[in-house]
Design a protein around this ligand. Structure first.
Ligand code: BV8
Length: 220
C-alpha cells in the first residue's frame, strides 16, 4: 500500500498539488530542500513547526480507518508505505507503517545524528536531548535526500501480490516508480485517486474518487 497527500486531504491536511504547488504560501522547492534549510533555516523550521502544530487540529478519516480494518485481516502481509509526514495512519491504528519521507513528529540532530520524538517548535534551536547541541532539524526527507527504508520497500515490492496506490499524484520519485517495480514482479496494481495520476498507465485498475469513499468500499 503506497499512500500520498490525497489520503489525508479529507482530514483537512493540504496536499501539495491542490495548493497549485504552493504550500502554506511557500513553493515546495523553497522549503523542502537542504539548500533552503542552509540558506533560510528560520523560514524552513517555521514551515515545519506550523505543519506539526496543525496536526493537533486534524483527525484520521474513513480511508485511514479502512486500512486498519484491512490490517486486522492481513496482519504483517499488509505494509503501508506512506509519503506523508503526518501521523494519521498511526492515530487510526495502523501498526505496520513506513514513513519513507520522514515524520513531522520526529527531529534529527545534525551533530549526533540521533532521531528523537519531537512535538515542540524547532525554530528556537532547542538542545538535542542526546548530545545537547542546538542543531535539531525536521526528520523529513527533502528533495535530493535519500528516502528511508528503500531496501525494505524494494524487497516488499519484489514479492508483492497486490500494490495499491492511494492519493498520490505520482510526481515524486522514487515513490512514483514503485508501481513499475510491483508490476514487473507480477503484482496486481490498483490506483485509488481523485484523478488519474502521472503513472496511471502502469496500473491494471485505476479508480477515481475521494479516498474517504473509495478506500472503505475497496477494503470492505
Ligand atoms: C531521491 C517530505 C535519490 C517533505 C517530500 C528529475 C526526474 C525524476 C526525478 C528527479 C528529477 N530531479 C530530481 C529528482 C528526484 C526527486 C524528484 O522526484 N523530484 C520531482 C519533483 C521530479 N526526488 C527526490 O529528491 C527524492 N530523493 O531521489 O534521492 C535516491 C533515490 C532512491 C535511492 C537512493 C537515492 C526525495 C523526494 C522526497 C521529497 N520530500 N516530502 C515534506 O513533506 O515537507 S515529497 C512530497 O511531495 C511528499 O512526500 C510526496 O512525495 C510529494 C507530493 O506527492 P503526493 O503525496 O502525491 O501529493 P500531491 O499533492 O502531489 O498529490 C496528491 C494527490 O491526491 C493528487 O493526485 C490529488 O488528485 C489526489 N487527491 C486530492 N484529494 C484527494 C485525492 N485523492 C483521493 N481522495 C482525495 N480526497
Amino acid at each position: 500500500m503506497l499512500t500520498g497527500a490525497g489520503i489525508s486531504a479529507e482530514s483537512g491536511v493540504p496536499t501539495f498539488r491542490d495548493a497549485d504547488g504552493l504550500w502554506e504560501g511557500h513553493r515546495v522547492e523553497d522549503v523542502a530542500t537542504p539548500e533552503a534549510y542552509d540558506m533560510a533555516p528560520t523560514r524552513v523550521l517555521r514551515f515545519y513547526d506550523e505543519r506539526r502544530a496543525a496536526l493537533a487540529r486534524v483527525e484520521p478519516n474513513a480511508a485511514h480507518h479502512a486500512l486498519v480494518r484491512l490490517e486486522e485481516v492481513l496482519g504483517e502481509d499488509l505494509l503501508v508505505v506512506t509519503q506523508n509526514i503526518d501521523d494519521l495512519h498511526e492515530r487510526a491504528g495502523s501498526r505496520h507503517v513506513v514513513h519513507m519521507h520522514g515524520q513531522l513528529l520526529s527531529a534529527l540532530c545534525r551533530v549526533c545524528e540521533g532521531r528523537v520524538p519531537w512535538t515542540r517548535e524547532l525554530v528556537d534551536h532547542p538542545p538535542c536531548p542526546g548530545c545537547g547541541h542546538t542543531e535539531l532539524r525536521p526528520d523529513v526527507v527533502w528533495f535530493g535526500e535519500i528516502p528511508y527504508e528503500m531496501d525494505r520497500i524494494l524487497h516488499v515490492l519484489g514479492s508483492a501480490h497486490t500494490f495499491v496506490s492511494i492519493g498520490t499524484s505520482g510526481a515524486v520519485y522514487p515513490a512514483a516508480g514503485f508501481v513499475q517495480h510491483a508490476r514487473r514482479s507480477g503484482a496486481r496494481t490498483i490506483e485509488l485517486n481523485l484523478e488519474p495520476s502521472e503513472g496511471s498507465m502502469w496500473f491494471h485498475e485505476s479508480h477515481q474518487g475521494r479516498a474517504g469513499e473509495l478506500v472503505p468500499r475497496w477494503v470492505d
